[in-house]
Design a protein around this ligand. Sequence first.
Ligand SMILES: Nc1ncnc2c1ncn2[C@@H]1O[C@H](COP(=O)(O)OP(=O)(O)OP(=O)(O)O)[C@@H](O)[C@H]1O
Ligand SMILES: [Mg+2]
Length: 479
Amino acid sequence: MANELLFVVDDDRSHSKTLTLWLEEQGYRVEVFQDGELCLNMLDENPSAICLDFNLSTGGLSLLKRLRLANRDIPVLVITSDNALDSAVEAMKIGAFDYMVKPLDKIRLTTTVRKAIEMHTMALKIESLRGELKKTYAYKSLIGQSEAMKQVFAQIEKVSGININVFIQGESGTGKELVARAIHYNSSYKMGNFVAINCGAIPENLQESEFFGHEKGAFTSAEDSRVGKLELAHGGTLFLDEVGEMPPNMQVKLLRFLQDKSFERVGGNKKIHVDLRVISATNRILERAVETGAFRNDLYYRLVVYPIVLPSLRQRPEDIPLLVNHFLKKFNGDMHKTVVAVTSYALEAFLRYDWPGNVRELENVMYRAMVATRGDTIQIEHLPLEIQRFRNQWLEGQAGGESLRPEPPSLSSIRSDSPANHPPALPSPDPGQTTMEALERQAILDALKQTRGNIPQAAKQLGISRATFYRKIKKYRVS
Ligand SMILES: Nc1ncnc2c1ncn2[C@@H]1O[C@H](COP(=O)(O)OP(=O)(O)OP(=O)(O)O)[C@@H](O)[C@H]1O
Ligand SMILES: [Mg+2]
């Protein structure tokens, strides 16, 4: 407790001297103010508590009110004379932490101060835990513990609080929309709508009206006026999906809108201003479209103020067990099933497959496998042939054409009851595999297992560079 800063506001010098002495004996740092105004000006020093003499000539009550208005949660202990108990009651109503009656008693003073500080610290802790809880809730749907995903989470965190245009690039199915939503729900725009426009899916002639809305009679089929997506997103987030597909004439109009966040409805002449955040996404390398002139340079720089690049699933194989577990739980709930595990052979196939459709493909494969299985495990035969083939090819390569052994009946390596944040065990190599390569592969799997999929740590553990580690993962098709 020692060393916490306390303010004493008291214009009776000898009284404040005694208070200071008693409090400093307890290890507190004490600053004395004879004037309430000075105390208010120094609140940025963040005292842990304030002892306020209510008989202050400048008015104890009014200072207490102003302290409350300053919107700080610093506990205030009011000191009154015994003939002024009414004012003590008044002080408690306004939000004083406690009151003490003169003449003060040393023990009563120091215990009350300690209690006030403890309560205050606890309140701060609860507040910060609440914040943490909100964060986990917001990212709950985004699974990943790989370094690459941790970096994405940090970027989401960083950018959520500021209104700058975010640009998300990633292959199809890597979670671009999920990330856009996470930013929205973590930002001050969360009370507004999250409005998504798929720029590649709307016919060119309808795009303008879709974005800006139109007035009645603006064109032949406009029988009524209509609010566009920009107005709907006012106070919220506008998500421009597949922005690389936007036709050139819309690119110009979007650029104009982004310059001052104002526009007119089609067929209207009233300027409408909106306050919103723009997040755009694409699975193309947009720089190439800029180089060929298919995408406007100036619009590109407006949109890409803060880029987030999502890793493909094959770049983060250590997240596959986590995701498999996540989908097991999700679909068990949706389908009222009780599938508890994925066999190690099936998981091996998952780890070797290259997932061109990324997480969406894994989600679909898991869904179909859950439908297909009659028992409580997902076996390799429940997976699509192209994924089964990955394991078969690898086995043939390893064993010089050795025919496939049947899968052991209940070699479960992922269980749906394993906690989401602890990746289940990775599969062991096939029995009978004794080459040097098999040993090396085993060492890699063990290191990944021990470090819970943390590649830099796993590489360090094996005494090899991260680049070499990645090369080996690729070679042994752990990814
Ligand atoms: N990190 C993740 N954790 C859990 N689920 C995920 C994750 N990433 C993606 N998904 C799931 O995968 C599916 C595809 O995600 P999303 O639609 O966000 O991808 P996308 O990058 O926008 O794809 P596309 O380019 O095809 O539009 C969704 O069902 C989503 O819930
Ligand atoms: Mg998408």
